[in-house]
Design a binder for this molecule. Structure first.
Ligand code: COA
Length: 218
């Protein structure tokens, strides 16, 4: 089980995979979720938050994408600051130690229970590992409210930034999730994620791994 880190510095190694990734996003968010505002004639779902500063985490199974998410530094424009500022009562977050998570998905054939840990947990554990590795303090997430109990149940401290609001008929809330070793070890323990997952292929300096290994923490 591997989750690849794709950033500005190693993007060229992943050009073909990223093309698949944007097509999968189109299939899921436009085709399945019916977020039709995101539809594009070329069949790739790419928006203004997909920039050189965006970091992608892609879980691969035999070379094919099975889950993904993107991470946007909050010093740049984010979903929260540009599209849904009403969800943060104290104003949008712009901090060098906070990234926004979005477009969290598992491909339909890999959803739900199967032989190993859920890919939903795998990709989120990988995000926590990434945050720890580069020294972040928190993630912000604009999420549909049904997801909030799932975050709490995996052992994450998620603090609402405002009241839930109806957006296109869906109750939506913005949260801030603390990044710390406990959040990482809890999601690994509760969701049977085997531990560190990130692959830093082509990145010049490999950032430090989480200080606490899963085995030491349990
Ligand atoms: N509305 C309400 N509940 C939802 C939901 C939605 N749009 N999508 C998933 N759920 C619930 C399911 O009902 C299910 O609940 P259950 O376990 O009580 O049956 C649970 O979340 C798990 O969903 P499932 O799809 O079976 O499996 P998963 O945990 O492997 O994957 C997602 C969860 C959200 C990653 C996956 O459904 C997905 O990729 N969805 C499309 C992308 C998306 O909508 N992402 C969120 C916005 S970025």
């Amino acid at each position: 089980m591997e989750v690849h880190v794709i950033r500005r510095e190693n993007r060229q190694l992943y050009a073909a995979l990223l093309d698949d990734y944007f097509r999968i996003r189109h299939d899921i968010y436009v085709g399945e979720r019916k977020w039709t505002d995101l539809a594009r004639p070329d069949g790739r779902e790419i928006d203004q938050f997909d920039t050189d500063d965006t970091v992608y985490l892609l879980a691969l199974d035999h070379g094919a994408i099975v889950a993904g998410m993107r991470m946007v530094p909050t010093q740049a424009p984010t979903l929260l600051s540009e599209l849904f500022p009403q969800l943060a009562v104290s104003g949008p977050i712009h901090r060098s130690d906070v990234y926004e998570l979005s477009r969290i998905f598992v491909v339909p054939r890999k959803r739900g229970e199967h032989g190993g840990p859920r890919y939903e947990a795998v990709i989120q554990a990988a995000a926590m590992e990434y945050g720890l590795s580069i020294g972040l303090s928190a993630f912000t997430i604009v999420l549909e409210t049904w997801w909030l109990p799932r975050l709490l149940d995996q052992g994450w401290q998620a603090r609402p930034l405002g009241l839930p609001s109806d957006i296109n008929g869906l109750s939506t809330v913005a949260v801030m999730v603390e990044i710390n070793d406990q959040a990482w070890t809890e999601i690994c323990r509760r969701r049977a994620v085997p531990g560190a997952l990130l692959v830093w292929q082509g990145l010049a300096a490999i950032p430090r791994q989480p200080l606490t290994t899963f085995m030491e923490a349990t």
